[in-house]
Design a protein around this ligand. Structure first.
Ligand code: ZN
Ligand code: ZN
Ligand code: ZN
Length: 373
């Protein structure tokens, strides 16, 4: 696997961020801990009350402003190897004034999309003449086009979650609760190569009709379809996210009928992925199949979301998104069909748009997996 945090990659990324920002009329990007800072520097810091802020300007080297007690951690991160200057501030200093002093005369600054409101407002006071914009205008564009090393990292994450799905049939049994099954899954997510568990959804029977149901104490019954949507973050920092639908014992006819439509819809949407088509068209490919079966109102969410350092990021595969797909864009294709009060089903793969088509990263079966009651 190529290293997604190689210094050459980060150096180039920082330079691209600075020049793209300048072209967009943004004098400086101000980036606090979160996925944007991680992406630009490899530094994975916790957002805390004290200000840590990367200042990216075109025509000048980037500077990381950090509380004195975090300078060592910042320097030990790839920030050190990149040679980024780290400026420490002491407990009684004003770090916002320090940031302002690094961007004299700035007319517009780009703040990372997840910056805490208290920091946004303090920066407004410190830089009264600068218009505040979203750094996401620039950084979202960079992050959604994955470098080959990032695709490698996403592929590794997908393989790890596939190994977890492969074990799920052994844990699903009538008489066990969703929570018990979820605990087995969570342990396997870390055992199979993730550094952390991001979410575990086990939606049995009627709970499967709630797409973001997590876990409950509901006891799984014979005949229940079970929607299992799971994901974690690998040590490299990239996310997995995959859904499969299982059934405990014999599936009812209406479960099979819905599932057959879903399977065709998901396959159709994956086949629609290639450079130059819109995100909206991929969504439409799935939706048309489900609507043609008379189930359009049972598909209550967009078809997918981008994925990378965050589970949900740009590009969103949704009606109205006329963005054209490009090689390196990675996103989920996850139509679902939900029958409130009864059951639901979803199939979710992460896919990458390639030079001439699509590479699905999740490779476990798309069939409804029947497990012994
Ligand atoms: Zn979701
Ligand atoms: Zn998911
Ligand atoms: Zn997803």
């Amino acid at each position: 696997m190529r290293d997604p945090w190689a210094a050459e990659l980060l150096t180039e990324r920082l330079a691209t961020a600075a020049s793209t920002a300048a072209r967009a009329g943004i004098d400086a990007l101000l980036v606090t801990p979160g996925p944007d800072l991680h992406h630009l520097t490899g530094y994975r810091a916790l957002p805390l009350e004290r200000l840590t802020c990367l200042v990216v300007r075109s025509g000048a080297d980037p500077v990381l402003v950090a509380p004195r007690l975090e300078v060592a951690a910042a320097t030990a991160s790839p920030v050190g190897a990149l040679g980024i200057e780290v400026v420490g501030w002491d407990e009684t200093d004003d770090p916002y004034a320090l940031v302002a002093s690094l961007v004299p005369g700035a007319r517009a600054v780009g703040l990372d999309d997840h910056m805490w409101a208290e920091k946004v407002l303090a920066l407004r006071v410190a830089l009264p003449d600068a218009t505040q914009r979203l750094a996401g205008e620039v950084l979202g564009e960079l992050r959604m086009r994955k470098a080959p090393a990032e695709v490698d990292a996403l592929r590794e994450a997908a393989r790890a979650i596939d190994r977890v799905h492969a074990q799920v049939p052994g844990w699903l049994r009538a008489g066990r609760t969703e929570r018990e099954v979820g605990a087995d899954i969570a342990a396997a997510i870390t055992a199979e190569g993730h550094a952390s568990v991001d979410f575990v959804i086990v939606g049995s029977g009627p709970n499967g009709a709630s797409p973001h149901h997590e876990l409950s104490d509901r006891v799984i019954e014979a005949g229940d379809p079970v929607v299992v949507d799971i994901g974690g973050t690998t040590a490299a920092g990239y996310c997995s996210d995959s859904t499969r639908t299982y059934v405990v014992g014999e599936p009812a006819d209406d479960v099979l009928a819905s599932y057959e439509v879903l399977q065709r819809a998901q396959a159709r949407a994956v086949e629609a992925v290639r450079p130059g088509v819109t995100c909206a068209s991929v969504d439409a490919a799935a939706r048309e199949v489900i609507a043609a079966a008379g189930l359009g109102e049972r598909f209550i969410h967009r078809t997918g979301h981008g994925i990378g350092l965050e589970t949900h990021e740009h590009p969103y595969v949704v009606a109205g998104n006329e963005r054209l797909l490009e090689p390196g864009m990675a996103f989920s294709v996850e139509p679902g069909i939900y029958h409130p009060g009864r059951h639901g089903a979803r199939i979710e793969d992460i896919v990458v748009c390639t030079q001439d088509g699509v590479e699905p990263l999740n490779l476990t079966t798309h069939e409804l997996v029947v497990v012994e009651a």
